[in-house]
Design a protein around this ligand. Structure first.
Ligand SMILES: C[S@@+](CC[C@H](N)C(=O)[O-])C[C@H]1O[C@@H](n2cnc3c(N)ncnc32)[C@H](O)[C@@H]1O
Length: 266
């Protein structure tokens, strides 16, 4: 496994900033090294300097490496038990003042499946609500802009939901207008913060884990700022807030990694 030397890490981050406009400082060096290593092996380059020389002259390889760093993996109703627990928590809050029309953020949303799943959940629970779907990758947000996904990506959605919320168009499936109308895709770099406030829910699954501790701390601070008191933060199944970071957070659904923003300082 590759361990990045300081000068390699600096050179890689400089390339990320210059070629991809990405702030490489927010990602864990070990994460960057793993992703870089897989491309060095695939291209047969012996060291980081030669790989960076290669990638500077090869736009296709640069795109492949960028996609490695962005990890676009996602799916509809990923970890369905999380949506179940989330539905329970949202319903329990609907009678609170200010919770009649929910404002949610998917940060990040990748190709949008998570935002669509959340919109379907709200619709099924009879809840009013709107979702801002954020991601760094403009390309990933394309599906949300058109409302179309590859048909095979909807095949794991249960049949009842598929029939109610998707219309097949050849090799693609289109989400219904009522679901599309609940979602607004926005391209943004979460390293610069969460461009929202007064929200009831921040879904931040499978991103946090790739970040350095200080970037995690800044993002948690941003989530606490964006959420109303009592609002919910959802992390990924393998992500957990360290005790020291708990401050304004109370764990309300352990297995689903759902935290409540308490009244305390962010
Ligand atoms: C593994 S996906 C998570 C998608 C979804 N939350 C889920 O759990 O299925 C990670 C996403 O993070 C996005 N991402 C990575 N770095 C980012 C950044 N600095 N700002 C915004 N999005 C970023 C990538 O583009 C990718 O779509």
């Amino acid at each position: 496994m590759l361990k990045l030397k300081d000068e390699d890490l600096l050179a890689l981050r400089a390339w990320m900033a210059q070629a991809l406009g990405m702030e490489g400082e927010i990602y864990r060096p070990a994460f960057l090294a793993r992703r870089l290593w897989s491309r060095m092996r695939a291209t047969g380059t012996p060291d980081v300097a030669s790989y960076l020389a290669l990638v500077r002259g090869d736009p296709a390889e640069a795109l492949t490496l960028a996609s490695k760093f962005l990890v676009p993996t996602t799916e509809f109703f990923r970890n369905p038990e999380v949506f179940h627990a989330l539905g329970r928590e949202l319903v329990a809050r609907t009678s609170r003042p200010g919770w009649t029309a929910l404002r949610a953020v998917c940060a990040p949303c990748s190709t949008g499946e998570e935002a669509v799943s959340l919109a379907i959940l709200l619709s099924e629970l009879g809840l009013r609500g709107h979702i801002v779907a954020l991601d760094r990758s403009r390309r990933s947000l394309g599906a949300l802009r058109t409302g179309l996904w590859p048909r095979r990506s909807t095949e794991k959605v249960d049949l009842r939901r598929r029939a109610r919320y998707f219309r097949d168009e050849g090799e693609t499936s289109r989400i219904t207008e009522d679901i599309a109308a609940r979602i607004q895709p926005v391209c943004c770099d979460l390293g610069g913060g969460i461009p929202a406030d007064g929200v009831h829910l921040v879904m931040m699954r499978n991103f946090f884990i790739y970040l350095t501790e200080s970037a995690q701390g800044r993002l948690l601070h941003e989530a606490a700022r964006a959420l109303v008191p009592g609002g919910l933060l959802v992390l990924g199944r393998v992500e957990i807030l360290p005790r020291a970071a708990l401050g304004p957070w109370a764990l309300v659904e352990r297995d689903a990694r759902i935290y409540e923003r308490t009244g305390g300082a962010g």
